[in-house]
Design a protein around this ligand. Sequence first.
Ligand SMILES: Cc1ncc(COP(=O)(O)O)c(C=O)c1O
Length: 427
Amino acid sequence: MSLNQASVQELQQLESQVAEQYEQLKAQQLKLDLTRGKPASTQLDLAADLDGILAGDYLSESGVDSRNYGGLRGLPESCAQGAEIMGLPAANVIAGGNASLQLMYLCMLTMFFCGYRGPDSAWKNLSNPKMLCPVPGYDRHFSLCENFGIKMINVSMLETGPDMDLVEELIREDDEIVGIWCVPKYSNPTGSLYSDETIDRIAKLGQIASDSFRIFWDNAYVVHDLVENPPAIKSLWQACEAVGTSDSAWQFASTSKISFAGAGVSWVGASETNLKALEQVLQVSIISFDKVNQLRHLRKFPNLEALQQHMAKHREIMAPKFSLVLETLDSGLNADYGSWTRPEGGYFVSFNTLPGLASEVVKLANDAGVKLTPAGATFPYRKDPENSNIRIAPSMPPLAELEQAMKVFVTCVKLATIKQRLDSVAG
Ligand SMILES: Cc1ncc(COP(=O)(O)O)c(C=O)c1O
């Protein structure tokens, strides 16, 4: 039955049926969690042999004793590994510690306080620095901006990436727009892939923006495919080189969702001008990153093929979870209740309720023992103007728990939607 054509009586009947299902689920006193995109322990187990992999041999191929201080840019072989993953030259990569988020923070700190070519170019000199935020997006990117007092401007995500017409218009109008956040492959949370055209237009932003404008290109899910023949995205590095804007981007990746989420290796890639600027911040805050861990990751993944084989094992664990989520949504709901993405990779399914219902769905689910990411979390300042986006993270729970959690989710969406419809028809 289409909700929009249902009579008040039919809606009332439906509401009482779904409310009863909801109460039954609630009575089970579930304790399930669909909030953060953490790998399941079965995924972490795939890299368990990192422990002990060095077997006492701490010397890198280039002859560096990884245990000692030194090498602010990381092991050269690790830089090459990151370069291959991100698609830029090894000379333009620094291998860092266990979190790309920390590198993003340090790059922001560099741009904000030091400036990419000295204090005159620092963002802090601007009266109102702003950053463009494709939405929905990754909450921790937004927290970074808030931390620096950088104003965030929402830009819609389309299937091809950010709405580039709007991005270009905003940058042309305001030279205090200092950057844009991008998760180009399997965006968090929509799973979108940036098209070649979008990437070319992003590369050209450096021609219309101020010199201190930076693209924060977070390639967190670059090898995290859920399909066997995955799509590839264009190299931003090459696109920037082609139009002379290599200084306008910082690129990031890490093995957080390849090996250990809390003990992986991260990389930042950028032009030499940018890396030199970053080094000013690095050299006062650290003598060298954890090169032993970098070496462990080189032994575990000696080449891209080994890494891809490893990611295929992740896929075997992740793909059934995403299928389960999509099957439950497809069979339980239809367009009357909202819309959802069908990602080919990454860690999330993005669900849009009808306008105004996300917080109600999250509350209903929470009351029934299923934790969902708070409504609004995928938007700057935690404010979803439509109150409709919910990020579903299927990776962590085992399949049986995920099935339960999704049953609750679908029931909550139904209940909230039917109530809203009934209120509007009856009211
Ligand atoms: C888009 C995005 N970037 C970065 C991160 C965190 O990466 P790392 O563990 O390397 O700091 C995440 C984790 O969920 C993410 O979704």
